[in-house]
Design a protein around this ligand. Structure first.
Ligand code: C2E
Ligand code: MG
Ligand code: MG
Ligand code: MG
Length: 283
């Protein structure tokens, strides 16, 4: 087959994975330009207080509209960014955009006490400039640090626990909220994780949805332990109103799920807030 081209020219052997490699390389090149070309944006998903179904804050989720391929999910492009230096500018874009959008919501809704929660990559966490960059950003935008939460997963923290703790302690001392994301998908105990200054844990949907009796016991004990440790709990991916009521009953503070609202653009956030909090409509 290699000789099909004729003569004695031998075509290079191209195994199937080569196309994957090239594809990834192309995406990396495209992603590098995506920030300046404004192909990246943030959408925001409501985080709802289970006790009264009121919106308490939003999680910022990144979207990439590729000019040729359309929407590429973060599960695909975040790892590419993390494996290269792109995560730096990309992470900074998320922090800046989310902070500015939060300020706009506050201006337009009479300063509702909302928070915005931003996913952080471990590469950012281990970067020595992260703390100063965030402080500078909050000062420049006159943003209250208590309105900002940063989300990290257990595996991200475990990449370098000592360094992570130093940075997280400084961020906490500056008033910034810290959420442990995807809890229940890793292996550490909540007891171990309390060495880090998280004020919130986000239960992964796999944990929230499991309906076996054993898991229900685990869920209850994680939630009550979190409460005793003075941590808030967010349940991700709740599937029914019934489950939401049950979670509220066992002490879960917040829910974040398609049943409460999908991720939406900043304009839709403002519309939603004006609808939900009509007294501030004139603001
Ligand atoms: P995550 O931080 O755990 O975000 C929650 C994910 O669950 C989001 O997926 C959200 O759309 C999805 N989700 C919310 N409610 C439901 C539900 O009821 N059912 C189901 N099946 N899914 C639900 P998304 O937006 O695709 O983001 C995936 C992951 O990509 C995030 O997981 C986060 O780890 C990462 N990511 C997203 N944006 C950023 C970012 O700006 N920076 C970094 N470093 N990572 C990000
Ligand atoms: Mg998250
Ligand atoms: Mg999560
Ligand atoms: Mg995640």
């Amino acid at each position: 087959r290699a000789k099909r081209a004729g003569g004695n020219r031998v075509e290079p052997f191209q195994p199937a994975f080569r196309s994957f490699g090239t594809d990834r390389l192309q995406l990396e090149t495209d992603l590098r330009r995506a920030v300046e070309r404004k192909e990246l944006s943030l959408v925001y998903q409501p985080i709802v207080r289970l006790e009264d179904a009121e919106v308490a804050g939003f999680e910022a989720l990144m979207r990439w509209e590729h000019p040729k391929r359309g929407n590429i999910p973060p599960s695909e492009f975040i790892p590419i960014a993390e494996a290269s230096d792109i995560i730096g500018p990309l992470g900074m874009f998320a922090l800046e955009q989310a902070t500015n959008d939060l300020k706009a919501w506050q201006r337009q809704t009479g300063d509702l006490p909302l928070f915005v929660s931003i996913n952080l990559s471990s590469v950012q966490l281990l970067n020595n400039e992260l703390y100063d960059d965030i402080r500078a950003l909050l000062a420049k935008t006159h943003c209250d640090p208590h309105r900002i939460k940063l989300e990290l997963t257990e595996s991200q923290v475990m990449e370098n626990p000592e360094q992570a703790r130093l940075v997280l302690d400084k961020l906490r001392d500056a008033g910034i909220g810290l959420a442990l994301d995807d809890f229940g998908t890793g292996y550490s105990s909540l007891a171990y994780l309390t060495r880090f200054p998280f004020d919130t844990i986000k239960l992964d949907k796999a944990m929230v949805r499991d309906d076996s009796d054993k898991k229900a016991v685990l869920l209850r004990s994680v939630i009550s332990m979190a409460r005793e440790l003075n941590m808030r709990v967010v349940a991700e991916g709740i599937e029914s109103e019934e489950d939401a009521l049950e979670l509220a009953k066992i002490g879960c503070t917040y829910g974040q799920s398609f049943i409460f609202g999908p991720p939406m653009g900043s304009d839709s956030v403002i519309r939603l807030l004006k609808e939900r909090f009509p007294l501030t409509r004139r603001a």
